[in-house]
Design a protein. Structure first.
Length: 187
């Protein structure tokens, strides 16, 4: 079997079947990533890790113009796609449950960013969108760390910056998110 890098390059060039071979090679890793996401999903109306991976595959295969930079870049894109799927799913479930309106929930502060309810997924997505307006790199760090499960070194490599900078961004972003959640809860 060819290397992941070879398949990434072939997929970038638009060669037939390269994307399928790439996903076959990366399937187990994508399953593990999806499993981390699903562990935080509410039990009712829960997605399965397989359904999440397959939906991500369908969305990522449509991104033929992506210039895959390597394995870490592949997983960063995968994390973003899976985040969108989970947010869309939470919105759909929440809309059905509450007739379209939703109330804000809190993230469990004893475990950083443990999402247990659909409302929490939506709240985190809303906060990440706001953070992206303030500091896009910090928002990307949170997305890659939380949704992608990437290590700090991998994030630094993906973003082309130092490990220390990424660690500072992570610390600042977590503090900002906690402050914003507290402000929302108290209002």
């Amino acid at each position: 079997m060819e290397s992941v890098t070879d398949n990434l390059l072939k997929a970038t060039r638009g060669q037939p079947r390269a994307a399928d071979e790439l996903f076959t090679a990366m399937y187990d890793d994508l399953q593990r990533m999806a499993g981390r996401f699903i562990a935080n999903e509410p039990n009712r109306n829960r997605l399965t890790s397989s359904s999440l991976v397959h939906e991500a595959y369908m969305r990522m295969i449509d991104q033929r113009r992506v210039d895959w930079q390597g394995r870490t870049h592949f997983f960063a894109i995968g994390a973003r796609v899976m985040r969108r799927i989970l947010v869309d799913h939470a919105r759909r479930v929440n809309s059905q449950k509450r007739g379209g309106g939703w109330s804000r929930g809190t993230l469990d502060e004893s475990v950083t960013f443990q999402l247990e309810r659909d409302e929490d997924v939506l709240l985190l997505d809303e906060l990440l969108s706001k953070l992206k307006e303030l500091d896009s790199r910090q928002a990307t760090v949170v997305e890659l760390k939380f949704f992608g499960g990437l290590a700090m070194k991998e994030i630094a490599c993906e973003l082309g910056t130092s490990l220390r900078t990424i660690e500072k961004d992570w610390t600042m972003a977590r503090a900002w998110l906690r402050r914003e959640m507290k402000r929302i809860i108290d209002s």
